[in-house]
Design a protein around this ligand. Structure first.
Ligand code: SF4
Length: 332
């Protein structure tokens, strides 16, 4: 097996690429984007499917094996099954997944499945319609539920629910979400609230911690045991319920940062390569994808980006500076 190519100065090799296919979204989660006056990337600046495919192919040549489609909301990108088909056909790509808010999922799920998509994460913070409306500023809870049930019917797997855990808001949802997951064989991933919102609303005391959620689950459902990680580089810490029914995961960037094992790169919808969700700098690859640059020149851009990667986010330090891009224009 050839030596991994994309190794940074801390010895971490990168085989996971997250591809944002649009920065547009059809809901307005308050911890991500403002309700109004959101500036989106002009369509001409968004990478075409051919450009995304070419970039992913080059990245696969350098050892990238896993791709995740993100947004904004990826399902807003027209003909997404075409891209799914292209990406799942790339040599070396072993895993293709998508993160969606599920609002239009029910009408897209079959076509995406037929194109080769199997793994899906649906962003849902609550099972309460009113709280859904409060968080997203849209009344689409029932649509998301239809999307989840469509994926269950079609046979996606694994299906995961990503729930952002904002304190003093979603405590009543922690246990019901896990119960829903146990009932349907869905893993709920609780994500600690991160300072990535467009309006700078993040406060440390608004972060519902993994330890607090674990207590709620143990009290509300039953004891849990941590599952030894299959891949230490995976961001989630996973637990299964001792009664054997269901598992939950935690993405705890604030209380248990996992940067030392990070294997992720991100490309934004407008073609900027980022070595970290919180990176201040980024590399323009769109120009190289459009100006006739050779494959080797693009390889060099990817390599140099990885070579500049920092050790990790600085949320827990006084040096922390929020990234110049909010979450919706990076993609999770
Ligand atoms: S914060 Fe950055 S370095 Fe840390 S795990 Fe996330 S992407 Fe990797």
């Amino acid at each position: 097996m050839p030596a991994p190519e994309l190794v940074d100065t801390f010895g971490r090799f990168h085989d996971n690429l997250r591809i944002s296919v649009t920065d547009r979204c059809n809901i307005r989660c308050f911890y991500c984007m403002p309700e109004t006056e959101v500036e989106f990337v002009p369509r001409a600046e968004v990478l075409s499917f051919e450009e995304i495919e070419r970039f992913a192919r080059i990245a696969a040549r350098l050892g990238v094996k896993k791709l995740r489609l993100t947004g904004g909301e990826p399902l807003l990108r027209k003909d997404l099954p075409v891209l799914v088909k292209k990406l799942s056909a790339i040599d070396g790509i072993e895993d293709l997944a998508m993160t969606t808010n599920g609002v239009t999922l029910a009408s897209h799920a079959q076509a995406l499945y037929d194109a080769g998509l199997r793994r899906i994460n649906i962003h849902l913070d609550t099972l309460d319609r009113e709280r859904f409306r409060e968080i997203t500023r849209r009344d689409d809870f029932h649509h998301v539920m239809e999307g989840i049930h469509a994926c269950l019917r079609i046979g996606y797997g694994p299906i995961k629910i990503n729930a952002v855990a904002v304190k003093d808001l979603v405590e009543p949802d922690i246990v019901p979400l896990a119960r829903f997951g146990r009932e349907h064989g869905i893993e709920v991933r609780y994500i600690e609230f991160m300072p990535l919102d467009a309006q700078g609303l993040w406060l440390r005391n608004k972060v519902l911690l993994q330890s607090e959620m674990l207590e709620m689950l143990a009290e509300g459902i039953g004891p849990l045991d941590e599952i030894p990680p299959q891949d230490v580089r995976a961001p989630a810490t996973e637990y299964h319920f001792r009664d054997g029914i269901g598992r939950v995961g935690f993405i705890s960037s604030v209380s248990r940062p996992f940067c030392l094992n990070c294997n992720r790169l991100r490309i934004t919808a407008d073609g900027k390569l980022r070595y970290c969700l919180f990176a201040i700098e980024e590399t323009d690859v769109k120009t190289a994808l459009r100006d006739g640059s050779s494959e080797e020149q693009i390889v060099e851009l990817i390599r140099s980006t990885v070579a500049r990667k920092w050790i990790g986010h600085e949320i827990n330090t006084t040096q922390f500076v929020p990234p110049p891009r909010p979450m919706y224009s990076i993609g999770g």
